[in-house]
Design a protein around this ligand. Structure first.
Ligand code: HEM
Length: 204
């Protein structure tokens, strides 16, 4: 059973954490956000570490850059249901996989599939996936197609999204780490973490 997630939370990763009951849908203390993200990352292949301080810093500014907004987040925590229209909202200058109401957009998924290629995993099986070069091409193309309605910071923000997701959700392939398309779709469309990570999380 997954929990409902506010349409005003546009982050596919945080949406999955809320849906799985790892974070509340509303307000979460910065320490809890940082700890939870770290715990989920450690459940990934190779137990990657993200650095709690970096996650905390993002959560501090995510609802507004002004001193009063930052003071409020420092005291109350991150408002996960108020990320839309905050400083990290790229207003469509991204993958477009989720629309403004956080609905999954099949046409954008089909476009994203075009950046992927076959990846061989340790047991010799092959699956479609995205490595860092392919993700970089996708991010560049996302920025490119938004000419005229993008901020310069939007391209930099992407580096804190897709490459970080590659670290957390990535699988080790014969030629390096990659995001499995099947797992990525499950995350973005169904707000589910890969079964291998869920199993490690429930084992503590
Ligand atoms: C406090 C922590 C975080 C906050 C406040 C946050 C916030 C956001 C926001 C507001 C967006 C929407 C950006 C847009 O308009 O395209 C977003 C997108 C995204 N975030 Fe997060 N995020 C956080 C942590 C993470 C982490 C840890 C990961 C990876 C493991 C991640 C991966 C992504 C990805 C892949 C996107 C989608 C970008 C696209 O569609 O192009 N986020 N995040």
């Amino acid at each position: 059973m997954t929990r409902p997630v506010s349409p005003r939370n546009p982050c596919p990763f945080l949406r999955a954490l809320v849906a799985q009951g790892l974070l509340p849908d509303s307000t979460a203390p910065l320490g809890l956000v940082a700890q939870t993200v770290e715990r989920v990352a450690r459940a990934g292949e190779g137990q990657p570490a993200l650095g709690s301080a970096a996650v905390r810093a993002i959560a501090l500014i995510a609802n507004g850059l002004g001193p009063s907004a930052m003071l409020r987040n420092a005291g109350e925590g991150l408002h996960l249901d108020r990320l839309r229209d905050g400083p990290l909202d790229k207003h469509g200058v991204g993958s477009g996989l989720l629309d403004a109401q956080a609905r999954f957009v099949v046409d954008e998924w089909t476009r994203l599939e075009g950046f992927a290629s076959d990846k061989t995993v340790s047991d010799g099986s092959v699956e479609r996936g995205l490595d860092l070069n392919e993700l970089t091409r996708m991010m560049d193309a996302n920025f490119e197609r938004a000419a005229g309605r993008r901020r310069r910071v939007d391209r930099a923000l992407m580096n804190g999204e897709w490459p970080v997701l590659l670290k957390v959700l990535g699988k080790q392939g014969a030629k390096g780490r990659f995001l499995s398309l099947a797992e990525l779709r499950d995350l973005v469309e169904h707000r589910r973490l890969p079964a291998r990570m869920q199993a490690r999380l429930s084992a503590g």
